[in-house]
Design a binder for this molecule. Structure first.
Ligand SMILES: Cc1cc2nc3c(=O)[nH]c(=O)nc-3n(C[C@H](O)[C@H](O)[C@H](O)COP(=O)(O)OP(=O)(O)OC[C@H]3O[C@@H](n4cnc5c(N)ncnc54)[C@H](O)[C@@H]3O)c2cc1C
Length: 392
């Protein structure tokens, strides 16, 4: 089988790339190791930047996100027992974020690709890319029935997430440099059937540790508590979770509404960037090339931004045979990747209790939050980065 672009991984990066290429008349095949049901059922990100929503709407994916997404015009930073609103409308000329779960974005993308006769191979295994530095790379894999298959293509996109195998094709040290940082805290996340505790997301700095109050739908809430990286879900009864959330968030203008917890998980905090994000005819996008701690709600948005630029470079190549855009891909996306890394690190370090802190660290954080929220420039910096700087 032959195609123009072979895409490894059918997450937000791989599926959006396939969709954007199709709109430019370029064929692709998406190889995805999980089943369609698994892809559409995995609950992960939930906050879409303005750019992501605009791209969905502009490319014909906007019906459900416009109808069912919850537009948020601000967030609350909570410290010293009080909330301090960051007003996106006022600070970014009407830009906003939309709460719409990642798996709903994936459902929209899959439905649209299939409507457009797109080729997504679910349930494949043993995916291997060969000859990515030649002009005829090949991808071999076992299809869902276990039969050996070969895909020949001009370009390969590695969109296979943080457990990527395609990244390993960029030779380490001679070509590739990995930048990695592990944080000394993690998030304990719950999904609960409960009414919303707040109209907007609350990011709470508290001496007991950070808490995030967020939402998925009017009926389902997503809350997080800072915990130690080696903590376990078994240590947290439902009562302990709710009482810790109340202790960290309740106060002037806020009160958590309890409900029935139906999912618990622990999310580790890591920052990672690999440079360059390409080698020969292989191009990485999304978590395959970088991960960010979740405090800035950026992972999926960054994956979508990558493929927006990658699709432009690939379509220029197929239209003109000029490799200029392809060769410049890493340079076109890395500044945004590092700005996003910085924003996610900054929000994380300002809001989380630092291990071993004797009290100085917390007082300093509160002073920083106070300084940032008192200043129009400080609030604007948070608002602009939270809603996402324009892609153009
Ligand atoms: C609990 C949680 C909460 C998060 N919250 C947010 C948030 O609020 N906002 C935000 O923007 N981001 C958030 N993120 C991050 C976000 O989910 C990721 O950044 C995003 O999924 C990255 O998309 P991707 O397409 O690059 O990778 P993935 O979504 O990981 O997709 C990669 C795909 O490749 C497939 N695959 C892997 N290996 C192979 C292989 N060898 N062959 C074929 N297929 C393969 C995988 O099955 C997967 O479907 C969160 C993540 C988690 C885990």
């Amino acid at each position: 089988m032959n195609t123009q672009v072979g895409i490894v991984g059918g997450g937000p990066a791989g599926l959006m790339l396939s969709h954007l290429l199709h709109l430019k008349g370029i064929d692709s095949v998406v190889l995805e190791s999980r089943t369609r049901e698994e892809v559409e059922g995995t609950i992960r990100a939930g906050v879409l930047e303005q750019n992501t929503v605009d791209l969905m709407v502009d490319t014909g994916l906007g019906d459900r996100v416009k109808r069912e997404g919850l537009t948020h015009h601000g967030i609350e930073l909570r410290f010293g027992g009080r909330g301090h609103r960051i007003d996106f409308d006022e600070l970014t000329n009407g830009r906003a974020v939309t709460v719409y779960p990642q798996h709903e974005v994936l459902k929209d993308l899959i439905a649209r690709r299939l409507e457009d006769d797109g080729d997504i191979r679910f349930g494949v295994s043993d995916v291997q890319v060969h000859g990515h530095t030649s002009d005829k790379p090949k991808i071999t894999y076992l299809d869902a029935d276990g039969n050996e298959q070969t895909l020949t293509c001009a370009l390969v996109a590695g969109c296979d997430g943080s457990r990527t195998s395609t990244r390993g094709l960029i030779p380490e040290t001679t070509v590739r440099t990995d930048h990695f940082r592990q944080y000394p805290f993690a998030w304990f996340g719950i999904l609960a059937e409960a009414p919303p505790s707040s109209e907007e997301l609350i990011y709470a700095n508290h001496p007991r540790g950070f808490a995030l109050i967020s939402t998925r739908t009017p009926e389902v809430q997503r809350h997080y508590l800072q915990v130690d990286p080696d903590d376990s879900v078994d240590n947290w009864s439902d009562d302990r979770i709710w009482s810790e959330l109340h202790a960290r968030v309740d106060g002037e203008g806020a009160e958590i509404k309890d409900g029935k917890i139906f999912q618990k998980s622990i999310l580790q905090f890591r920052s990672f960037v690999c440079e360059p994000m390409q080698h020969g005819n292989l191009f990485l996008a999304g978590d395959a090339a970088h991960t960010v701690p979740p405090t800035g709600a950026k992972g999926m948005n960054l994956a979508i931004a990558d493929v927006y630029f990658l699709s432009k470079a690939m379509s220029e190549y197929f239209a003109t045979r000029s490799r200029a855009g392809l060769e410049g891909y890493t340079d076109s996306v890395l500044p945004r990747v590092w700005r996003t890394q910085h924003f996610s690190w900054w929000m994380s370090s300002m809001l989380h209790r630092l291990p071993g802190d004797t009290g100085f660290g917390h007082k300093r954080q509160v002073a920083e939050l106070d300084m940032v929220t008192r200043s129009v420039a400080g609030r604007t910096l948070i608002a602009e980065n939270y809603v996402g700087t324009p892609l153009g």
